[in-house]
Write a protein that binds this ligand. Structure first.
Ligand code: C2E
Ligand code: CA
Ligand code: CA
Length: 644
């Protein structure tokens, strides 16, 4: 919109005002808001326009602008001056900037009234006449109440002028400026009254639109623009209280991406965000109109399905959702294979309120994750009991760590040939003040899932090394101490360093330390874990594969790892001497282990026949109740002393 196009009458429209206002000239190809700003800043009602040849092209008056503005709706006015796409903060700033501009945009007209110091109106424009119903030579009190006038004069006298004071006259709001000027040789007061009622209204609307923006931010996720938890809960509760059909089920699917953390850690959060957005889009694509998709956490989505008669019907959608992950996701050059675990809870069977449904869907989700991920699981009420126990146990565990309730027990390892002690395995026990000695089978799995295994594991390693060092100094113990290392511990990037610092501190020779880990731990990340094993080997620490035979059993794969020993799992040993299959496996494992240059140890030996069988087929070492149960440090010391 060129300024030139706004002029209604291209003739010079000099009015009586122009004799008083300075003439300001700008080019007619300038934007409208610039002209308005100039008029506002200079408090003039009109500006002269020049064309590209610097020739007079007409006079733009406020009336022209007003006329134009009258053709615009509020939104268009708003857009004229504000960039809609900008963020709230910018809008707020714009609001301040735009204020002056809105003075013009509102139908506000400067009422210019010259008042003599004796408070008689000496000149006024037509608008003022019409608006206030006053005339030349009327007292100003006919227009402004004595209170308002006194108020203005008080400001005028203290500041030498009045600058944009807000007053209310006959339910309209005016912005008042009052200054002393010279008119025809006389000192008079020039009074501008800007009707800003419109501005105030627009301001309110603006505030409203701002509030709406803020509300949007409060209810939608910034990354995907999906409803957030707050809005989801509102929708969920609404769905429950306003069923579309009688007896309908409201089904909540709690979906979590498996191992999403790895993407963030390996490729950075920007890539992670990109993946999340793609997942959100794909999820939306399989849902129906009435269904709700929300993002309630980093990689956690909630889907609400309404109007189902049977909860099992949701399985179709679950299958469709999981099928979305059959194809990989691509960000830049990188392809990601993802999978999702889903927990399902339904109204009314699994909860009466949105909050409870979400909680129960989350419980089912955890179960799906525990079951090995890429699974879905329906909530059942016994799960919440288990969860309750789990939560209690977890709280107890944290307290137990603080209170140093974890002890190390020692189980001897012997040479099957000579029967002599070759070492011991360190096995953790929880000495609970009420429950007594708690077996690791009860708490290790939980510790693995909440990472408490890291502090506990480190403590076991340190305590076992300190103890063994002591026994060595006393000449009681010659062999190696075997310490179990869980996957979570071995995942730590600094695990080798941590171990090194501990044995350095204690001054235990590395060759007296052996670490036991399972095959599945190593297969979790063969590349990186292989490197860590190499570092351990370089230090002189030995590594044994625990529970051998129960995991991947890929011997050729194991060959690539620098390991020293295979530990045949007790389940096979238990099958000796009656279970042909177990015995065949034991024989094969021993043979292959030898062929690959590993040493072999068997765990869980309870019977003499078992020890004989193992010895005959070439297994070097054994461990089990036959020799001794795991013993407390005190008891194990007695055991050692009895050997001397
Ligand atoms: P594991 O490493 O396979 O430990 C061997 C388990 O077999 C021990 O159970 C031991 O007490 C038991 N056992 C030893 N000889 C016999 C026997 O002749 N017959 C029978 N039936 N059982 C025998 P425990 O001490 O209850 O430990 C269970 C599991 O907990 C261990 O299995 C290991 O996976 C884990 N664990 C124990 N201590 C630690 C630890 O400090 N760190 C980590 N990460 N895991 C540990
Ligand atoms: Ca072990
Ligand atoms: Ca075992």
């Amino acid at each position: 919109m060129l300024l030139n196009d706004l002029i209604t009458d291209k003739q010079d429209q000099l009015t009586v005002d122009s004799a008083l206002d300075a003439h300001i000239t700008i080019h007619n190809d300038r934007p409208l808001d610039m002209a308005i700003e100039i008029m506002n800043d200079h408090k003039v009602d009109q500006i002269r326009l020049l064309d590209e040849n610097e020739e007079y092209a007409g006079t733009l008056t406020k009336a022209d602008i007003e006329l134009y503005c009258m053709t615009l709706n509020d939104e268009e006015k708003w857009r004229l001056f504000c960039d809609e796409s900008s963020e709230c903060k910018v809008i707020e700033a714009k609001f301040r900037d735009a204020k002056a501009t809105f003075n013009m945009l509102g139908i506000a007209f400067c009422e210019i009234i010259y008042v003599q110091k004796v408070q008689i109106i000496r000149w006024l424009n037509a608008e003022a006449m019409m608006t206030f119903g006053v005339n030349i030579d009327d007292p100003i009190s006919k227009m402004l109440t004595p209170e308002i006038w006194d108020h203005l004069m008080e400001i005028f006298n203290t500041h030498g002028g009045v600058d944009h004071e807000r007053i209310k006259v006959r339910s309209r709001v005016y912005d008042v400026t009052l200054m002393e000027v010279e008119l025809l040789g006389q000192r008079v007061l020039k009074l501008f009254l800007n009707d800003v009622s419109e501005l105030v209204r627009l301001g309110d609307e603006l505030r409203l639109s701002l509030e709406r923006k803020i509300e949007h931010i409060a209810h939608y996720d910034g990354l995907t623009d999906l409803p957030n938890r707050l809005l989801l809960l509102a929708k969920l509760d609404h769905a429950i209280s306003h069923p579309k059909r009688p007896h309908e089920k409201v089904v909540v699917l709690d979906l979590n991406l498996d191992h999403f953390k790895d993407i963030n850690e390996s490729y950075g959060h920007a890539v992670g965000d990109d993946v999340i957005v793609q997942v959100a889009q794909k999820l939306s694509s399989v849902l129906g109109r009435g269904d709700t998709l929300a993002r309630v956490g980093g990689d956690e989505f909630i889907i609400v399905l309404e109007g189902l008669q049977d909860v099992l019907k949701s399985e179709e959608i679950v299958n469709r959702v999981q099928a979305l992950f059959d194809n990989s996701f691509t960000v830049g050059e990188v392809d990601f294979t993802l999978s999702a675990s889903i927990g399902i809870a339904a109204y009314p069977d699994d909860g009466e309120s949105g909050e409870i449904l979400l909680k129960n869907a989350d419980i089912a989700l955890r179960r799906a994750k525990d079951d090995g991920r890429n699974k879905y699981c329906f909530f059942s009420s016994d799960m919440s009991v288990q969860l309750f126990e789990r939560v209690l146990l977890e709280r107890e565990l944290r307290r137990g760590i603080e209170a140093s309730e974890f002890l190390v027990y020692y189980q001897p390892q012997v040479s099957l040939q000579t029967g002599k002690l070759t070492g011991a395995e360190a096995l953790v026990r929880w000495n609970h003040p009420v429950m007594g000695i708690v077996s690791p089978d009860v708490f290790i799995p939980l510790c693995e899932s909440n990472n408490l295994i890291i502090p506990i594991g480190e403590q076991i390693l340190r305590d076992a090394c300190i103890q063994v060092k002591l026994w060595k100094e006393q000449g009681l113990f010659e062999g190696r101490i075997s310490v179990n290392v869980s996957g979570k511990q071995f995942e730590r990037p600094d695990i080798v360093e941590v171990i090194k610092v501990i044995i350095d501190e204690i001054q235990l020779e590395p060759r007296y330390l052996e670490l036991e880990m399972t095959e599945s731990v190593l297969m979790g990340n063969p590349q990186i874990f292989g490197e860590k094993l190499m570092e351990l080997k370089t230090l002189g620490i030995e590594v044994a594969i625990d529970d051998f035979g129960t995991g991947y059993s890929s011997l050729s794969y194991l060959k690539q790892f620098p390991i020293d020993k295979l530990k045949i799992d007790q389940s096979f040993v238990g099958g000796i001497p009656h279970n042909e299959q177990d015995m065949a496996i034991v024989k094969a494992v021993i043979a292959m282990s030898k062929a690959l240059g590993f040493r072999t140890i068997a765990e869980g030996i309870e019977k003499v026949e078992q020890a004989e069988f193992l010895k005959n087929f070439g297994c070097e070492q054994g461990q089990g109740y036959l020799y001794s149960r795991p013993l407390s440090a005190e008891k194990f010391e007695e055991f050692l002393k009895a050997l001397v």
